[in-house]
Design a protein around this ligand. Structure first.
Ligand code: FES
Length: 79
């Protein structure tokens, strides 16, 4: 599964760096390093809905507050 986090300036201001760190920690805690590939991308052109994250190409809107819930529902439940 490929999870791509927008690290463009608008998403960065909304906490994308924190989200990346949260996701890295969650992937590690759940031993999913070989199943989940985390990467970053520049602006996805959808700043108003940021922080933008795609899961296998499907666009999701995240904030540091709902990242854990997102991980449970969209990643843990799908791997
Ligand atoms: S900075 Fe993330 S969509 Fe523009």
């Amino acid at each position: 599964m490929k999870v791509t986090i927008c690290i463009g300036s608008s998403c960065h201001l909304k906490g994308s760096r924190q989200i990346v760190e949260q996701l890295q920690a969650l992937v590690k805690e759940n031993h999913l390093e070989d199943k989940v590939e985390l990467s970053g991308t520049f602006c996805m052109g959808n700043c108003v809905n940021g922080v933008n994250v795609t899961v296998d190409g499907r666009l999701c809107s995240l904030s540091p507050e709902n990242t854990e819930e997102f991980f449970q529902k969209e990643i843990l439940a799908a791997v």
